[in-house]
Structures are given as structure tokens and as C-alpha cells.
Ligand binder design. Structure first.
Ligand SMILES: Nc1nc2c(ncn2[C@@H]2O[C@H](COP(=O)(O)OP(=O)(O)OP(=O)(O)O)[C@@H](O)[C@H]2O)c(=O)[nH]1
Ligand SMILES: [Mg+2]
Ligand SMILES: [Zn+2]
Length: 336
């Protein structure tokens, strides 16, 4: 006779003979073990749209979750009506552990951090080369949030039909971040989507940036036509007649080759929660040089060992300059 697990006792085996595929009953099974797995696609005033077994299911948080909030990208366990039929509502009973967390606060003094997106592999930091003007301080802040949250950054520079990317490329060159430059013409020909897509394969990529830089335009160019973000109820029309995004939404790329997440434009990216020691992990060429630093070194003080490390030729001075610019981004104002 076969035993099914170490919690099976003789009694159990006797009363439930060798039925293939049947697990023994134990009283240590997790709560809601028959719950379905889903992914949160969007959240709208307490209603969460989840993908469950290829179906779109509306759900709400079960009371037992307390104050814990599920966000776009979260893997969740659901129970209840999972038919996806109109006016049905499933319940989210568990939020699975997150692989990555993109966090921001309203400003640097705000202790209340919000999770923007969970489980994204990559952060596409979108900046227009003009209209609106690039804001390097905001890009730096998004980079720090990406490094802190465990996401790989990708720089997307849009509207190259309006201004050249040279200055920005110079500023970010030492950081070795992959980047794509796109224009109106390339959007229309499909070239823009093609070149961005090369960086998205098999990944979950969240698109962030200032309002009006072209995130939704790009995301819509990346996904098949029938999956595009509608500009109806999810987007609000601004005073100037432009559609501005009001909620984050995950959209699948063709043939399950990844996901793109469109997010509302941000004016600032507060970093109250950032741990500098996690940022330095993104600089593997500099990290060993911190061994000689004083305790709790800010890496921007006279005794910092990184100056010597760079002077000895172990790393490029431009890299140290970039690291310090990022670490110092909390002390400086965003608008510079
Ligand atoms: N000239 C030019 N305009 C562009 C380009 N990409 C997008 N736009 C325009 O920029 C405007 C804003 O684009 P959106 O995609 O709505 O910007 P967004 O980043 O989603 O803005 P929010 O949702 O408010 O955060 C639209 O009028 C687009 O047509 C580009 O490469 N060149
Ligand atoms: Mg948008
Ligand atoms: Zn140091």
C-alpha cells in the first residue's frame, strides 16, 4: 500500500484505500487550499480585475486580509465565483510573496509609502526629449526606486522628432542602462514598438514617467490591437482634451511573451523609504570598494573608501560620480 505523505496515519490508510491522486486528509492543510491563483491586472476603487485561468474575474479583498492592499502585478489566491460572468465577484484571500516592489511616497517627508506595482522585472523610465522637457532629477529618482525595489531599469526617450537625445545619453552613459529612443514617425511605422519590444521578452515591465511623455501611446503600440487600453472610462480627459491615465493597468504582450504595465503620470517620486545599501548593489563594480568605508558610510563623505578605490583604477570615476548623484538625489530638489 502506498503512503501519500508523512502525516498519513495507519487509520487513514485503512479507511481510504489506495486511490490514486488522492491526498490524505490532514488537519494541517493551509487555509483555502483550493483557492485559484490569479494576477491583478487593475484596481478601481476597491474592485480588482484579476486574470484567472485566462479569464478576467472581478474580485474584492476578503476581510481577513485586513489593511493589506493588493496592487497591479500581485499574485493572489481567490475563492468564490470565478466564472467571470457579469456582476459576479470573487474574493481575494491571500496575496503571495512579492518578487519585486516598486514603491514611492508622495514626497520625501511622507512616511506613507505606496506600492505602485508588484512583481515587475523591469522598470521602463519614460521621458520625453521635449514637451514636456526631460527632468533628470525625476529619472534619477525612478532609477533609485528601481534599484531599491529589485527592478532592472530601461530608459525610454520619446519624441526625438522634437529634440535630440544627446544630452541625456551623456548624462546616463556611465550607468550602462539599456535605452531606446523613439519618435512620432517610428511610432507610426511600427519601428518604435519593435525596438522597445526587444527589451520586453518574457518580462513584466512597468512604464513610469511624468504625465504626457507618451507612456500610454507606447504601451498601446506594443500590445495587439484588441488588447489596447481604451480611452473611455479608464482614462480621464484633461482640460486640454488630452487623455491622461488614472489607473495602472497590466496588458499582455503577444503569445504570453511578457506583460507591460501602464501607470498614471507622476509629478514627483518620493524616496522616503529608500535604503542606500540596496542602491549600491546596482553598482557591482563599486560595491567591493565599500569594504574600507566607515560604518554607515553615506558614500559621499571625506572618509568614504570609494575615492581611493577609483583612484587605484578599480572602477571608472564617472560611475562613482553617477552613484553619488543618485544617492544624493534625496537631498536635492526634484525640479533641478
Ligand atoms: N511628437 C510626438 N508626440 C508624441 C510621441 N509619443 C507620444 N506623443 C504624444 O504625447 C501626448 C501624450 O501621450 P500619452 O501617451 O497620453 O502620455 P502619457 O505618458 O500616457 O500621459 P499620462 O497618462 O498623463 O501619464 C499625446 O498627444 C501623444 O500623441 C512622440 O514620439 N512624438
Ligand atoms: Mg497615459
Ligand atoms: Zn563609502
Amino acid at each position: 500500500m502506498r503512503r501519500y505523505g508523512k502525516h498519513t496515519d495507519e487509520d487513514d490508510i485503512r479507511t481510504r484505500p489506495n486511490r490514486k491522486g488522492n491526498r490524505p486528509r490532514t488537519n494541517i492543510r493551509p487555509k483555502h487550499e483550493d483557492a485559484a491563483e490569479g494576477m491583478v491586472l487593475t484596481v478601481d476603487r476597491g474592485r480588482l480585475t484579476c486574470l484567472v485561468d485566462g479569464r478576467t474575474v472581478m474580485a474584492m479583498k476578503a476581510r481577513e486580509l485586513g489593511r493589506k492592499a493588493a496592487v497591479v502585478g500581485d499574485r493572489v489566491a481567490l475563492v468564490g465565483d470565478m466564472s467571470g460572468a457579469k456582476d459576479t465577484l470573487a474574493r481575494i484571500v491571500r496575496i503571495e510573496e512579492r518578487g519585486s516592489v516598486l514603491r514611492r511616497t508622495a514626497d520625501d517627508d511622507d512616511p506613507y509609502e505606496r506600492v505602485v506595482v508588484a512583481n515587475a522585472d523591469q522598470l521602463a523610465i519614460v521621458t520625453a526629449l521635449a514637451d514636456p522637457e526631460p527632468r533628470p532629477r525625476l529619472i534619477d529618482r525612478c532609477l533609485v526606486a528601481a534599484y531599491d525595489g529589485g527592478l532592472d531599469p530601461l530608459l525610454v526617450m520619446t519624441k526625438s522628432d522634437l529634440a535630440p537625445p544627446d544630452k541625456l545619453l551623456e548624462l546616463y552613459g556611465a550607468l550602462d542602462i539599456p535605452y531606446v529612443v523613439t519618435s512620432r514617425e517610428e511610432l507610426e511605422s511600427g519601428d518604435a514598438a519593435e525596438r522597445v519590444r526587444e527589451h520586453l521578452d518574457g518580462k513584466i515591465t512597468a512604464f513610469v514617467g511624468h504625465s504626457g511623455v507618451g507612456k500610454t501611446t507606447l504601451v498601446n503600440a506594443l500590445v495587439p490591437e484588441d488588447r489596447r487600453r481604451s480611452t473611455g472610462h479608464v482614462n480621464a480627459v484633461t482640460g486640454r482634451g488630452r487623455h491622461t491615465t488614472t489607473s495602472a493597468l497590466a496588458l499582455p504582450l503577444e503569445e504570453a511573451h511578457g506583460w507591460v504595465i501602464d501607470t498614471p503620470g507622476v509629478r514627483s517620486f518620493g524616496l522616503a523609504h529608500i535604503d542606500p545599501s540596496r542602491v549600491i548593489h546596482a553598482f557591482p563594480d563599486l560595491e567591493p570598494g565599500t569594504a574600507g568605508c566607515p560604518r554607515a558610510c553615506s558614500h559621499d563623505e571625506p572618509d568614504c573608501a570609494l575615492d581611493e578605490w577609483v583612484a587605484e583604477g578599480h572602477a571608472d570615476p564617472a560611475r562613482l560620480y553617477s552613484l553619488r548623484r543618485l544617492l544624493g538625489t534625496r537631498e536635492r530638489r526634484e525640479g533641478d
